[in-house]
Design a protein around this ligand. Structure first.
Ligand SMILES: C[S@@+](CC[C@H](N)C(=O)[O-])C[C@H]1O[C@@H](n2cnc3c(N)ncnc32)[C@H](O)[C@@H]1O
Length: 321
């Protein structure tokens, strides 16, 4: 796949809403921590002038290869650097003198279309491939290995919480029954086991394996832990007036983002019945989106994957944690 194919394969969601919310300054410092196919990064880079800088990071080395080719073709006086890292690791690679100086940070969570669609990546319940699902295929347990090690109870819980799957226990039981006979190693093999574990009527509305695949993917890539860590690191890295934009695709993630932004905005955490504040906590800034932004009808017509996307943005007052 060339970078042109890749660019066409992934349509950046809520692109203009994100760029508006970031209010890119020509000489600013920007972090796109999930550059993927580079759609959002490209638009940030275009707006940078002399002195403006963009770090474009991703945990998937294949995404970085392609997005760096795309960014190299952008006409901009600003500069960019590609970083291979998970987004929770950004304080480790960000130079010390840039901590507290970030003017804009973007994380567009979840997976990109090429990851989802290429059978060989192991995310797809439609295209056959090895049951991998790692965004970074150089480290961590594959989905197949996870299904060897996990207990039935943990698997049921994972399908229920991450997959919001009502047939979690029967799907988990079917997976465990199968693995006693042989390890589950293929994507379509898993999709078939799931289809056989749910009532026939569930097979009529979309693919019954969708939620199971989503849940296993989230566990393999430790997506919730990554987000929790990212949120805890953000406030101390932002400049005065720095803007954060987060796009999530799962209700659990959106809730985490919403709660973090509320906490940052809230000046005081004392119990409501205290006569005056004793915690001394200051507000870190304000939400730019009291309600999350969602895709327009026009975007949904072009890109069905934008359906569950929610964008929340926040403006920081200064670099305190
Ligand atoms: C929805 S895509 C981003 C698409 C991108 N905004 C674009 O315009 O092409 C999500 C990307 O985030 C990356 N990703 C997901 N979780 C990550 C994490 N914890 N750390 C770094 N990258 C991550 C994935 O590898 C994927 O490339």
């Amino acid at each position: 796949m060339t970078f042109v194919d890749y660019e066409q394969a992934h349509s950046p969601v809520l692109l203009w809403e994100t760029i508006d919310a970031l209010a890119v300054k020509e000489d600013g410092l920007y972090l796109d921590l999930t550059t993927g196919a580079g759609g959002h990064s490209e638009r940030i880079l275009e707006r940078l002038g002399a002195g403006g800088r963009l770090y474009a990071a991703d945990r998937d080395p294949r995404a970085l290869e392609l997005s760096s080719a795309r960014l190299s073709a952008v006409k901009s006086k600003g500069s960019f650097q590609m970083i291979h890292a998970t987004f929770s690791q950004f304080p480790d690679w960000l130079p010390d003198d840039e901590i507290g100086a970030v003017d804009g940070l973007l994380a567009d969570l979840g997976v990109s279309s090429p990851q989802l669609d290429l059978g060989e990546r192991g995310f797809s319940y439609l295209n056959d491939g090895p049951l991998d699902m790692r965004m970074n295929q150089e480290e961590g347990l594959t989905a197949a290995q996870l299904l060897v090690e996990i207990s039935e109870e943990e698997l049921t819980n994972l399908l229920r919480v991450y997959g919001e799957e009502r047939y979690a226990s029967s799907i988990a039981a079917a997976i465990i029954r199968r693995r006693k006979i042989k390890p589950i190693t293929g994507t379509l093999e898993l999709a078939k086991i799931v289809a056989g574990a749910v009532p026939a009527r569930e097979r009529r509305d979309g693919n019954p394996a969708r939620k199971t695949f989503q849940a296993i993917r989230m566990a393999v890539n430790r997506e919730q832990e990554e987000l929790a860590h990212l949120l805890s690191e953000i406030p101390s890295t932002m400049a005065q007036g720095g803007r954060l934009t987060l796009i999530s695709f799962h209700s659990l993630e959106d809730r985490m983002v919403k709660q973090a932004m509320r906490r940052w905005q809230e000046p005081c955490e004392c119990p409501r019945d205290f006569p005056h504040c004793v915690c001394g906590k200051q507000s870190l800034g304000h939400q730019l989106t009291p309600r999350p932004l969602t895709a327009s009808t026009e975007e949904l017509e072009r890109n069905a994957r934008a359906r569950s996307a929610k964008l929340r943005a926040f403006e920081f007052r200064g670099g305190t944690s």
